[in-house]
Design a protein around this ligand. Structure first.
Ligand SMILES: [Zn+2]
Length: 56
């Protein structure tokens, strides 16, 4: 069973930190440079950005 959680990630383009939801149903882009951080792939999101920390 997959637990959903929040992830702190660093943008691969500009290194801006964002907090994203691991089961995001929509694409999440960096608010500074527009790089794709998360892509939804069915039930589970694919995280493109580098994960810095997992938050409960
Ligand atoms: Zn960025």
């Amino acid at each position: 069973m997959v637990r959903s959680k929040f992830l702190k990630v660093t943008c691969p383009g500009c290194e801006n930190e964002s907090v994203i939801f691991s089961n995001s149903a929509t694409t999440v882009n960096c608010e500074l440079c527009g790089a794709t951080l998360v892509t939804p792939t069915g039930g589970r999101a694919s995280v493109t950005a580098k994960v810095v920390e997992e938050l409960e």
